[in-house]
Design a protein around this ligand. Structure first.
Ligand code: PSV
Ligand code: MN
Length: 431
C-alpha cells in the first residue's frame, strides 16, 4: 500500500531541525537526572514508543452543547474528511494510528474501500461504536423509550439489529471490538422499574454478544446521567461489571473518565475492574462538573496520572487477556479539534511516562510498612518530573513533530481546508 499522507514529511523534518539542538540538550539533562534515580531514559522512551491511542471520528469535527454548536471554517463534513484530519494528528503525534468510527454517522456504501482509504493515510480502525441514543431519518422505531432496555420489543429488536450490523461493518474494517453505550434510563422517579429495565438490557445485550466473532470483545460503557437525568440503566461501574460478568468472557467494561459522579475515585475503579479481569478500555477526556468532555489533562492532570499509575501496576500484574483499548472521547467546542487532540495525546502519553518512572519498589515497600508519606512522595516525585523531552524525542524518531501544535499551525492545513471543504451547518447537539 502506497502511503498518501496529508502533510509533507519535509515540512515536519525542517521544523524539527530547528528544535533539535534544544531538545537534545533537554533530553540529555533529563537523562542525567533520571540516571541518578536509577532510570535509563532510552528504556523509558522505548516503552512509551510502544504506546498507542485511538481518536474518535466524531472528535474531528467541532462538538457542541445542547444549546449550540459553533462550526469552524474548514471543519470535516464526512468520514473521508475526518480520516484526513485524523491522519494529520497521527503524522504529527505519531501516537494515534487508529480511528474509532461511530455508526450510522460514519456509514458509507463501500467499507472495503474505506479501509483502504484509511490505510493509505497510515491509519487503521479501532472499536466500532453503535448509536441507539438518537433517531435517524427513516428509522422504523423511535429510541424515545430507550433502546436495548426499552419496554417495546420491536425497539429492542431494532437496537440489537443495529449493533449486529456494526459488528459486521467492523469486521470489514478490521476492528475487533464494539463499544456499546446506551442512553437508556429515566427522567422521573417511577418512570421505570430499575430491575425490569436491567433485565431487558441484559437479554438484549445477550443477543448482541451471541453474534460476537471469536476474537472480538464487547465493551460496555457506563454513564451516570444524560440524556436521562434521573437514572440510567448502565449507570456506573457496578452495573457495568455485573452486566459484563453476566454476558460472558468476551464482555468487558469501558471507563469514560467523564461518566462518574463528581469526586469519584476513578483510579480505584480502574484497579477493581482489573482485579476481576474486566478492564476493557478507556475514553479519555477531562471534566470539571459532569460529562464535560473537555480536553484530556486540561482540568485534572493528576487524576490522569493516578489512572495511569494503576494501569502500570496492571501491566506489571496482568490478568489473562489484559489489553485495554485506549482512546480519546472529547467534544471540542471552542478549539480546532486537531490541536485539541494533539494536546490531549501529549497529556495522556505524558501521564503514562510519569507512571512508568514511579519508583515502584519504594512505593510497594512504603505501602507494606505503612509509611504513608514515603508512599505518597514516590508518586509525587514521578508526577513532578517534566517528561516532555522523552515524548518529543520519541515523536521525532517516529517521524512526528517535536512541537506538534506549532508544526500544525505552520502547515496552514485548516486554512487550506477552508477553501476546499464545504461549510458545516449550524445546529445543536453534543456531537
Ligand atoms: C456518551 O456520552 C459517549 O461518551 C459515548 O462514548 C458515545 O458513543 C460518545 O459519547 C459520542 O457521543
Ligand atoms: Mn465515551
Amino acid at each position: 500500500m502506497t502511503l498518501n499522507l496529508p502533510l509533507s514529511s519535509e515540512h515536519i523534518s525542517s521544523m524539527n531541525e530547528k528544535n533539535m539542538a534544544g531538545l537534545q540538550d533537554d533530553y540529555d539533562s533529563l537523562g542525567r537526572h533520571l540516571q541518578r534515580r536509577g532510570l535509563d531514559i532510552d528504556e523509558i522512551k522505548a516503552k512509551i514508543s510502544q504506546f498507542s491511542l485511538a481518536v474518535p471520528s466524531w472528535g474531528a469535527g467541532r462538538g457542541g452543547t445542547r444549546f449550540a454548536r459553533f462550526p469552524m471554517p474548514g471543519e470535516p463534513n464526512n468520514i473521508h474528511e475526518k480520516l484526513e484530519d485524523c491522519a494529520v494528528i497521527h503524522q504529527l503525534s505519531s501516537v494515534t494510528p487508529r480511528v474509532s468510527p461511530h455508526f450510522p454517522w460514519d456509514k458509507v456504501s463501500d467499507f472495503k474501500a474505506l479501509k483502504e482509504e484509511a490505510e493509505a493515510f497510515n491509519l487503521g480502525f479501532d472499536a466500532v461504536n453503535s448509536n441507539t441514543f438518537q433517531d435517524q431519518k427513516g428509522q422504523e422505531q423511535s429510541y424515545s423509550t430507550g433502546s436495548l432496555a426499552s419496554t417495546l420489543a420491536a425497539t429492542r429488536a431494532q437496537a440489537i439489529e443495529h449493533n449486529i450490523e456494526c459488528i459486521e461493518i467492523g469486521q470489514q474494517l478490521g476492528s475487533t471490538e464494539i463499544t456499546v453505550w446506551v442512553g437508556d434510563g429515566s427522567n422521573f422517579p417511577g418512570q421505570q422499574d430499575f430491575g425490569r429495565a436491567f433485565d431487558r438490557y441484559l437479554d438484549a445485550a445477550g443477543e448482541i454478544y451471541k453474534k460476537l466473532p471469536d476474537n472480538w470483545q464487547m465493551l460496555l460503557e457506563h454513564k451516570m446521567f444524560e440524556p436521562a437525568f434521573y437514572s440510567t440503566v448502565i449507570s456506573d461501574w457496578g452495573s457495568s461489571i455485573l452486566a459484563a460478568q453476566t454476558l460472558g468472557e468476551k464482555c468487558k467494561c469501558l471507563v469514560d473518565l467523564g461518566h462518574h459522579a463528581p469526586n469519584v475515585n476513578i483510579e480505584q475503579i480502574v484497579a477493581r475492574l482489573h482485579s476481576f479481569g474486566k478492564l476493557g478500555g478507556f475514553h479519555f477526556n477531562d471534566s470539571k462538573y459532569g460529562d464535560d468532555d473537555l480536553d484530556s489533562g486540561s482540568i485534572d492532570p493528576h487524576q490522569l496520572f493516578l489512572v495511569f499509575n494503576e494501569l502500570v501496576e496492571a501491566e506489571l500484574n496482568p490478568r489473562e487477556g489484559f489489553s485495554p483499548t485506549y482512546m480519546i472521547d472529547q467534544s471540542h467546542n471552542v478549539t480546532d479539534p486537531i490541536e485539541s487532540m494533539l494536546s490531549s495525546a501529549e497529556a495522556i502519553v505524558s501521564s503514562y511516562a510519569k507512571a512508568i518512572i514511579v519508583d515502584r519498589q519504594l512505593l510497594h515497600a512504603a505501602q507494606d510498612e505503612n509509611d504513608v508519606m514515603a508512599a505518597f512522595q514516590s508518586l509525587r516525585q514521578a508526577y513532578r518530573t517534566d517528561v516532555s523531552p522523552i515524548l518529543a524525542m520519541a515523536r521525532s524518531e517516529a517521524g512526528g513533530a517535536i512541537d506538534a501544535i506549532k508544526a500544525y499551525r505552520m502547515s496552514g492545513w485548516r486554512k487550506q481546508k477552508t477553501h476546499e471543504r464545504k461549510a458545516v451547518g449550524l445546529g445543536a447537539g453534543i456531537v
